[in-house]
Ligand binder design. Structure first.
Ligand code: E4P
Length: 218
């Protein structure tokens, strides 16, 4: 499973990259706003800064909702850097834009997916990634993991190459369960990645090894 980090925070991205296990980055307009990145030029520059920090795909979301606007924005984003993936909303216009970009060999990520039917449409339109929002479904007491499981089944039935990008991952168990179900990618905050490092028995074991080594090597 690929690990993406879901943030526009350069420090968090650099920390995940330094671990050596990062495969890419996802952002969205809310995450950019959270970092205080506003204005077209600053936003475009920030995407380039992110691409320069990591080796993998970087999803950059269009803000337009009409087809013409999505194509204009998406082309501008794709021209920024070869790592950019054009992130499009799961709407009728978004699906048309997805087909437009995939026909031209530009990578796409269809976002805000909450049903298997939406995921099927994204795959039919040639999306590189489809992003089901696990955590936001869990937030409204609906089983987000079940959606990912259903999409896995549908994509496997027909050999769709669209990758299931489990999004809105909030914590380590989401990551582990996504891996068990067979999501191709997960994207979550830095804590959902670094939290995987932790186990109290590891800490106790290290303390014991250090103490025993020091005893024997005084
Ligand atoms: C996905 O690409 C989104 O950026 C993201 O995962 C949404 O997560 P949230 O529900 O925690 O905002």
């Amino acid at each position: 499973m690929k690990f993406f980090i879901d943030t526009a925070n350069l420090k968090d991205i650099a920390e995940a990259q330094a671990l050596g296990i990062l495969d890419g980055v996802t952002t969205n307009p809310s995450l950019m706003a959270k970092e205080g990145i506003t204005g077209k030029n600053n936003i475009l520059k920030h995407y380039v800064d992110i691409c320069n920090l990591v080796d993998g795909d970087v999803s950059a979301e269009v803000n337009a909702l009409d087809l013409e606007g999505m194509i204009k924005e998406g082309e501008e984003l794709a021209d920024l850097h070869e790592q950019i993936v054009v992130k499009l909303p799961m709407t009728k216009e978004g699906i048309k834009a997805c087909k437009y970009f995939s026909d031209r060999g530009i990578k796409t990520n269809v976002t805000l997916i909450f049903s298997p039917g939406q995921a099927l449409l994204a795959a039919k339109a040639g999306a590189t990634y489809c992003s089901p929002f696990l955590g936001r479904l869990d937030d409204v007491s609906t089983d987000g993991l079940n959606l990912i499981d259903e999409i896995r089944q549908i994509y496997d039935n027909y050999g769709f190459e669209t990758q299931i990008l489990a999004a809105s991952v909030r914590h380590t168990m989401h990551v582990v369960n996504c891996a068990k179900i067979g999501a191709d990618v997960m994207t979550g905050p830095l804590s959902s990645i670094t939290g995987l490092l932790k186990h109290p028995l590891t800490d106790i074991g290290i303390a014991q090894f250090v103490a025993d080594f020091e005893k024997g090597n005084k």
